[in-house]
Design a protein around this ligand. Structure first.
Ligand code: SF4
Length: 346
């Protein structure tokens, strides 16, 4: 799907959580790729496995109770799941960095931004077997704050987190994520804690940084609008599976999976003000005893017998458009031609 070769490839990743009630099968064979300069949004309801996927890439899942049951996470062909914690530390922050969602949780309130950024910059250098003086790290921190549009960075760098607004704190976190010059930025709900106007500024900033530095971005969000503002491609997740993977244009103009269609119908639309919003009936399944076959089948108006027995796999239904749904499986007698099935939403 990408014109550029993949630098990150997640292959059939399965993750389980051991709980007192039983084993929760939280990720059920997730696969996608990310190319250089590519921007992919992972979208889905809370609990669908988006953040688990991101944390697995960075080796940040607690073990136990988490178990990676099978799959691969290949970064430049090396499987990150085979690396030691020491080797992962060299990649984390330096080559793959994460922007977290709540700056107040990730910034230490008792240290100035200057001290925290200098620590991060020198820490990344250490992991890359380099030495950076405190003065050089301070200059780099100032230039990073400048890159994320913090006004008067030379004066503001000595301030503490509480002296910055919420939007400014998120910019500081983005600057810290850029400190190791990473190839891949993973942004986990980076605007959830912000009000709408600040959210737009942060999304614009991430978009500008992608253009300027050619980072690859994996953006995690429950909000299709947020993903559309930054990403070229989108992967829709449901209950631990990617059910549709395509371009942003296609997802809005020609959604194929019944879950994606349901999601889009449940978003308020000014052009359809007189219509009632249509929700998706039912709720997300129990991960300890998930439904057999397609995990969406208890909520799907189109389910067939096969959906309750066999798990559909992601398959191409047209160029740059993959869907995991038997409606598009031409070998099933009840399925019609994809081009007849994929109709724009009314
Ligand atoms: Fe619905 Fe079957 Fe498609 Fe699942 S595979 S979304 S149950 S039609």
């Amino acid at each position: 799907m990408n014109t550029e070769p993949s630098i990150l490839e997640v292959k059939d990743l399965k993750i389980h959580f051991d709980t007192f009630e039983g084993t929760a099968q939280v990720l059920d064979g997730c696969s996608f790729t990310l190319g250089r300069g590519d921007t992919l949004g992972l979208v889905g309801e809370t609990g669908c496995g988006k953040s688990i996927t991101a944390k697995a890439i960075l080796g940040l899942l607690p073990v136990p109770p988490t178990r990676i049951v099978s799959g691969e996470i290949r970064f430049h062909s090396r499987d990150l799941l085979d690396l030691s914690e020491k080797d992962l530390e060299k990649i984390r922050g330096n080559q793959i960095a994460m922007i977290f969602q709540d700056p107040m949780t990730y910034l230490n309130p008792v240290f100035s931004i200057e001290n925290q950024m200098i620590d991060v910059i020198r820490g990344h250098a250490r992991h890359a077997n380099k030495t950076v003086s405190r003065g050089a790290a301070r200059e780099k921190a100032i230039s990073l704050l400048n890159a994320v549009n913090i006004p008067n960075p030379r004066q503001r760098i000595g301030d503490f987190p509480h002296e910055f607004s919420g939007g400014m704190r998120q910019r500081v976190l983005i600057a810290m994520a850029l400190a190791g010059d990473p190839e891949i930025l993973i942004a986990d709900e980076p605007t959830t804690a912000l009000d709408v106007t600040i959210q737009a500024q942060i999304l614009r900033l991430i978009g500008e940084l992608v253009e300027r530095f050619r980072h690859s971005v994996l953006l995690i969000s429950h909000d299709l609008g947020v993903v559309a503002a930054v990403c070229r491609r989108i992967a829709v997740m449901y209950a631990g599976n990617i059910v549709e993977l395509t371009t942003i244009e296609r997802i809005f103009e020609n959604p194929a999976h019944p879950y994606t269609r349901g999601l889009l119908r449940s978003i308020p639309n000014l052009a359809r003000r007189k219509e009632n919003l249509v929700g998706i009936t039912g709720s997300i399944p129990d991960f300890i005893e998930p439904p057999r076959g397609c995990r969406f089948h208890p909520r799907c108006a189109h389910r067939m017998d096969v959906c309750q027995k066999v798990k559909p796999v992601l398959a191409d239904i047209e160029s740059e458009h993959r869907v995991a749904c038997f409606l598009y499986e031409s070998s099933w007698p009840s399925a019609s031609r994809p081009e007849e099935r994929i109709k724009p939403l009314p």
